[in-house]
Design a protein around this ligand. Sequence first.
Ligand code: HPA
Ligand code: ZN
Length: 349
Amino acid sequence: MNPHDFKIPADRLPELLCAMPKAELHMHIEGSLEPELIFALAQRNGVVIPYASVEELRQAYAFTNLQSFLDIYYAGASVLLHEQDFYDMAWAYLERAAADNVLRTEMFFDPQTHTARGVDVKVVIDGLHRACVDAEAKLGVSAALILCFLRHLSEEEAFETLEQALPYRDKFIGVGLDSSEVGHPPEKFAKVFARCRELGLHLVAHAGEEGPPAYVWSALDVLQVERIDHGVQSAKDPALMARLAKERIPLTVCPLSNLKLCVFPDLKEHNLGTLLDAGLAATVNSDDPAYFGGYMNENFLQTFAATGLTAQHAWQLAANSFEGSFIDDAAKARYIERLNETFARFAAA
Ligand code: HPA
Ligand code: ZN
C-alpha cells in the first residue's frame, strides 16, 4: 500500500488522476479512429463511407449494446488500406496516450477485419509496429501489440489468421479474443489458444462484458488466459470473485465503454469500486476511445466523479495496471517507483 494515499486533499484528486503514471491494457487500435481521421483516410484512399459528414458520423454513435457498436466500428475500419494508414491511426492514439501519462500500452488489433477486405496482415502489423517503435523513441511510451481473433468467426479462421501472422511473430506479444460475445463462448477457441500457448504468446480474452460469469470461468480454465478483458459480470458469482481475488487475475475494466454500451445504466452504478474493494486486480482502460467518449484520463475523471472512489483507489488502479502488464519485473518496479513519486509530490504540495 502506498504510504502517501491518505494525505492527498480531495480537491486535488482530478489533477492527480491525470498526472499519475499508468498503463493501458485494453484498447482496440481500430477503436481509436476519430471521425476526422476516418474522413481524411476515406478521401486519401477513395473509399466511400455511408455518412455525409464528421457530424453525421458522430451522431451515429448512439449505441444500445455491443453489437450496435460493432456494426459501426467495422464500417469505420474500412478506410484502412495501406501501411501508412495503420501507422497514422496508431500514432494519433499514442500521442494522446502520452498526453494522459500512459507509460505503457498493450494495443489490440483485429487482423481479420482487414484481411477480409484484401489487406495483407503484413501491411497491418508493419504499420502498427512502426508506430510502436517510434512511440518509445519519441514519446517515451512503451507500446506492444496483441492480435485478437474475432469470436463471431470460426476457430478454423482463427487458425488461418495465426498462420498468416506468424512470420511477424516478433512484432506482437500475445493474442486475445474480441467481437460479439454472447453465443460465442471462450471454449469455441480452445485449440487455437492451446497452440498460441505452445508458441509462448501471452493470452487474454474478453469475457463477462455482456456474457455470463460462466464465460469468465472458461476463459480461465479452458483458454488459460492471464487477464480477463472487462469481466464486470463476475460480480454476479461470489465463487468467481473469490478466485479472481485470490489469484490476482487482472480485470481490464472499461467504464466509459460499459456506459456507452449500456452494460451499466449510469456510471454511478458501475461496480469498479466493488471489484477493487473485494481485492480484485481491476484496472481502468479506454477500450474504443474514439467511439466511447474518452481516452484514459477521461475514463478516470468521469468514473471517480460519479462513484466517489478515493486517492487510495487511484493508486491501486495504477499499480494494478503495471502489475498486470506484460513487462518484466524490473520495469514494473521502476514504473511503481514513478507512481509513488507522483503521489509523494501531491501529498507534500
Ligand atoms: N467488446 C468486444 N469486442 C470489441 C470491443 C468490445 O468492447 N471493442 C472492439 N471490439
Ligand atoms: Zn474491448
